[in-house]
Design a protein around this ligand. Sequence first.
Ligand SMILES: [Zn+2]
Length: 355
Amino acid sequence: MPDVSGPFGGLRDGTGSGSRWAARLAAVVFLSAVGACTSWLPRPDLGSPALAPDLAAGEGAGLSATFLGVSSLVLDDGRSSIVVDGFVSRPSAASVLLRPLRSGEDVMEAVIERTVRGRALAILVAHGHHDHAMDAAALSRRLDVPVYGSSSVVRLMENSGLAEDRRRVLTNALIALPPYRVRAFATPHSPDERLSGEIAETFDTPARVFRYRGGQNQSFLIEHPLARVLVVPSAHLRETDLEGVRADVVFLGVGRLGRQDETFARRLWCRAVRHTEARLVVPIHWDDFFEPLDRPLRAMPYLVDRVDLGLARLEAYARRDGVRYQRLERFDTIDLAAATGLTRVPGPDPVSCPA
Ligand SMILES: [Zn+2]
């Protein structure tokens, strides 16, 4: 739950239990008032993204990715699939603030039916916040597949009742899931993280959102014979985080990027896209995850982010560096192998990378 500004900060900053409870009460009162009507909050109208015909995965696409909002993706080659996050329940803000988080079994079944063609091999979870991790346990049960993540994510899965062989710690390491290879990189969460810290304690589930602390954030390089796919769920990278990594496609988190300065945005671009030599960039984590998947995705409200600015920067960098830019609607399926056929043709004014 990275991206909600305001009283959530008090939860992190409170020192004594009294101030923590006061902050929590303030958060509940404020956000339940807001939460009841978040869909009315002003936000940029991004319009509906059009998936370019040459990038749309047709029948029999060799390797595709279906976007499910936030940083949730299903990669599929027809025989086997890998799920990133798999957050599909998307409870409203009021529900998140007032009730324990329960996965929506109906929406999950519908999503699996629609997106998972091959046998699922893994669920990779970026970090412990609810907009990444809350459905992983239920999805693991449905797909009979392990969840991979940080120690906090694994503890969350344990608390959710997943058996030991269904929860695996994966940080700064590589695993072979033929025909895929997955490398997990510890990379920072976007700045001003809310609900930071580790999930170390045992608690019952369903649990309240306050239990869903971030823990270590991770980016994933998913290599398949047909394409190398980098997923950077949270909009922040240090200089050496992805040193030596090469990718064809980058799914790049832009959460709160519109709130950072231009140099920060350019650094992220250079570290995630320029230095990896990617030829296609797909922005993720721009949508309002308090809205359900049965409606077209909408940008986060201005109260939280300047999504229009973050995306405009990305699009401009892509143009200057000759990289294809493609935003996706939920359930859009993009042909990842098609990205390998693209060439990078920088314009006259390529992005200059800050140190
Ligand atoms: Zn987060």
